[in-house]
Design a protein around this ligand. Structure first.
Ligand SMILES: Cc1cc2nc3c(=O)[nH]c(=O)nc-3n(C[C@H](O)[C@H](O)[C@H](O)COP(=O)(O)OP(=O)(O)OC[C@H]3O[C@@H](n4cnc5c(N)ncnc54)[C@H](O)[C@@H]3O)c2cc1C
Length: 351
């Protein structure tokens, strides 16, 4: 069985890793540098908490695989900081966790003691949901682990055309034409174009997003990951925040759609986000120094929230979605199964 994977982000590499463990022959085609676009940067949030019991269960399956990867990598890929969600969604997400039968704590507004949460913030409105299985994924170590396992099966080549036949596929790349039994498209931003060649039309609207890293005033703090949907600092602005290494705190502000829209251009959104995050840190985060030490930019699909989307048409399987890093080991297995066994992939699709 010869399988090609297009894209060497965390999803493509996870798929190649699962395919190798199935005993398949696999080649990963990558236009640029592996893990350098939407999978770039030091860290990501892992959480079981989602608004849909199917996604909670899928994340729980991923958690088991993260533990297995940690064991094989010989160093911890997923931390144990826990995760806190604040804002109106906390109650629904608690319900989804309840329905999926996973451990969590829901705290009403009146009972919330901000100091107990261990976040670098003085006061917060509730309600809050605590996900004890949440934590920080070491994204760089994950990339190193997967690249070492996959070795020289990653080729630098741009795939510009996919031509499916009944039970094989022709890939037209910048270095030639390749014939394989199955292709998995996990090309991030490049997926929409390749999918349209097999009559799959995916959401294509993008927006700009930047994540900033700051120093924590207390270098020994090991705070939980935090998704803040209260909008309590500024209307329409929510955030996600987490440890990005010892003494480092990453913050991604989610701007109102009109401020992050693609048409505004990368530089304008970047400048605006920088100005906003500095004001936010100064106003709201007592435990964080107001000097930026790192910035990670990416484009992101505008209308996709949580959710994993997979479609198979003949010998072509296509994956799309947002916030995929946490699920990557499970997605890799799902896609490898689709390629090897022709199984119709079953994944939770809610947004
Ligand atoms: C700042 C930031 C914070 C995030 N926070 C979280 C988080 O806390 N938790 C979470 O779970 N997720 C988070 N995400 C989302 C998560 O990181 C992404 O969903 C995930 O990394 C996407 O991986 P991917 O492999 O699908 O895409 P990518 O990493 O974009 O990989 C796709 C690859 O395909 C290559 N490619 C494209 N077209 C072609 C082609 N035609 N031929 C060959 N190669 C091609 C690209 O060069 C690229 O390397 C965050 C993302 C960012 C940027």
């Amino acid at each position: 069985m010869r399988t090609a994977v297009v894209g060497a982000g965390v999803v493509g590499l996870s798929t190649a890793y699962a395919l190798l463990r199935h005993g398949s022959e696999v080649v990963v085609y990558e236009t640029g540098t592996p893990m350098a676009t939407r999978s770039a940067g030091s860290s990501r949030i892992f959480r079981l908490a989602h608004g849909d019991p199917g996604l909670v269960a899928y994340a729980a399956a991923a958690a088991g695989l993260w533990a297995d990867w940690t064991h094989r990598a010989g160093n911890r890929l997923l931390g144990q900081q826990s995760m806190v969600l604040t804002g109106p969604a906390a109650e629904d997400w608690a319900g989804a966790m309840e329905a999926a039968g996973v451990d969590h704590t829901f705290v009403d507004d009146d009972d919330l003691d901000t100091a107990e949460l261990g976040l670098p913030v003085e006061a917060l409105p509730g309600p809050a949901l605590i996900d004890p299985a949440g934590g920080v994924i070491d994204a760089r170590a994950t990339g190193r682990f997967l690249r070492a396992a996959i070795g020289n099966r990653v080729r630098r080549e741009h795939i510009h055309r996919i031509e499916p036949h009944d039970d094989w596929v022709e890939l037209h790349g910048s270095r030639g034409v390749h014939e394989v039994d199955h292709v998995v498209v996990a090309a991030g931003r490049g997926t929409t174009d390749l999918a349209s060649q097999v009559d799959l039309y995916l959401p294509s609207q993008l927006s700009h997003h930047v994540q900033f890293t700051f120093r924590l005033k207390d270098p020994d703090l090991n705070s939980p990951c935090w998704i803040d949907q209260t909008g309590s600092w500024r209307d329409g602005v929510t955030s996600y925040q987490h440890m990005a290494g010892p003494g480092l705190w990453a913050i991604g502000l989610n701007l109102p759609a009109e401020l992050a829209m693609w048409e505004r251009g990368r530089e304008e959104v970047l400048d605006h986000s920088r100005e906003l995050v500095l004001t936010y840190v100064h106003d709201a985060l007592v435990g964080v120094d107001d000097e930026i030490v790192e910035e990670v930019y990416c484009d992101t699909p505008t209308i996709l929230g949580d959710g994993v989307h997979v479609a198979t048409t003949g010998p072509v399987t296509v994956l799309w979605g947002a916030n995929l890093f946490k699920h990557a080991p499970a997605i890799g297995q799902t896609l490898a199964n689709a390629a090897v066994n022709g199984l119709s992939p079953h994944v939770p699709r809610s947004e």
